[in-house]
Design a protein around this ligand. Structure first.
Ligand SMILES: Cc1ncc(COP(=O)(O)O)c(C=O)c1O
Length: 400
């Protein structure tokens, strides 16, 4: 269907940081399929595991047990809780629970349903009466394109194309803790769903301390804190999850994109006490957690750990700063590690992305003035310098 404004190029193969189009032209990929292919294209270890698993078992459904689903859930739980309270990592009672799905929108859809079920459970609502409870999100946010995740997205504000949207969502300005506190004080909020960095809004970063303050506001008002790490998650900001910069533990964390390095897999993690609101039949997915996708995700996480992906992201971030800070027509850099916004002097990001494409570099215009770059974490220093050189020369040519 006519749902994408496509760039005029068709890719037929990839390897590491490179893609080749159907005419055989080579491109350096700093777009990573919208922050997905963090280990590069056709990663040998991940590809081998996918191939082996495809020959063994792709799918059985969630009607039966699934060793790979359990292993993946375990790994996600360990990563979510790592760095917060190291001791609790060995305490089985501190473990969270994970719902496996196929995309970021589904991970957030699960979080939304779980918030409502949890609210109904804690309110001990009976006889089908709806529990009061607004899910609060932020202006400019993006959480997906299902009807509920679209309703939560700040980007849906003022767009009536899909009316009526599901009710029970409200928005506060991003990076404004007073606005959050004011809205919470009304007393009807059951959860705050927030991105640690607004990726689709142009890699917009809140002040340091925002998430920690949001954590304490949520706790004070008895609301859940759900962090959408679909774009920021899994090492690219320099931590396994971007919320870990603030030494907090959310009640829920959603992840997808980089999880399978290109295989469609997502997850919603929740504290056990919240997750226990779901009963068998409350939520599900035919494909969610299938062995093939889980094998790819386990391999992806294993390789990320082997290469110490968060440290790679920090190093990449410092090279990006070194090369782009003060570059002509670049007025700022946003984001952290290897998930960055390059803020231009005016609204010519689309032209820069197009010029870069011509020169064999993939980047995208996340906003009219912002180029988003999300290089794979396996990129070498030389490849990164080459990519940044092309970007700088594209900017210069567009602004000359
Ligand atoms: C923060 C965030 N949440 C959710 C989504 C939706 O993920 P998906 O496209 O996999 O449904 C995205 C996609 O860009 C995202 O950036």
């Amino acid at each position: 269907m006519n749902t994408y404004a496509r760039m005029p190029v068709v890719f037929s193969k990839g390897s590491g940081v490179y893609l080749w189009d159907t005419d055989g032209k080579r491109y350096l990929d700093m777009f990573s399929g919208i922050a997905v292919t963090t280990l590069g294209h056709a990663n040998q270890s991940v590809a081998d595991v996918i191939s082996e698993q495809a020959h063994k078992l792709c799918h059985v459904s969630n009607v039966y047990g699934n060793e790979l689903g359990e292993e993946l859930a375990d790994r996600i739980d360990t990563l979510v809780r790592s760095g917060y309270d190291q001791q609790s990592l060995n305490d089985p009672s501190a473990r969270g629970r994970v719902f496996l799905c196929n995309s970021g929108a589904e991970a957030n859809e699960c979080a939304i349903k779980l918030v409502r079920k949890w609210k109904a459970t804690v309110s001990e609502v009976t006889d089908g009466e709806a529990a009061p409870g607004v899910i609060l999100t932020t202006e400019g946010s993006f959480h997906g394109r299902t009807l509920a995740t679209w309703a939560t997205s700040g980007k849906s504000i003022g767009n009536n194309d899909y009316s009526p949207l599901p009710a029970g969502f409200s928005h506060v300005p991003y990076n404004d803790i007073d606005a959050l506190e004011d809205r919470m004080s009304v007393g009807d909020v059951s959860a705050f769903l927030v991105e640690p960095i607004q990726g689709e809004n142009g890699v917009v970063e809140p002040d340091r301390g925002y998430l920690a303050a949001a954590r304490s506001v949520c706790s004070r008002y008895g609301a859940l804190l759900a962090v959408d790490e679909v774009q920021t998650g899994l090492a690219k900001t320099g931590r396994w999850f971007a919320f870990q910069y603030e030494n907090i533990l959310p009640d829920m964390v959603t992840v997808a994109k980089a999880l399978g390095n290109g295989m469609p897999v997502g997850a919603c993690w929740a504290r056990a006490g919240v997750a226990s609101a779901f009963r068998p039949g409350d939520h599900g997915s035919t494909f969610g957690g299938q062995p093939l996708a889980c094998a790819a995700a386990i391999a992806t996480l294993r390789v990320m750990q082997e290469i110490d992906a968060p440290s790679r992201a920090v190093h990449i971030g410092s090279l990006i700063d070194e090369h782009l800070d003060g570059a002509p027509s670049v007025v700022g850099l946003s984001g952290r590690g290897a998930l960055r916004g390059v803020i231009l002097e005016d609204d010519r990001a689309t032209e820069v992305a197009r010029k870069s494409l011509d020169k064999g570099l993939l980047v995208n215009a996340a906003r009219p003035r912002v180029i988003r770059i999300a290089p794979p974490l396996i990129i070498t220093d030389d490849e990164l310098k080459a990519a940044l050189g092309i970007l700088v020369s594209s900017i210069e040519e567009v602004f000359k």
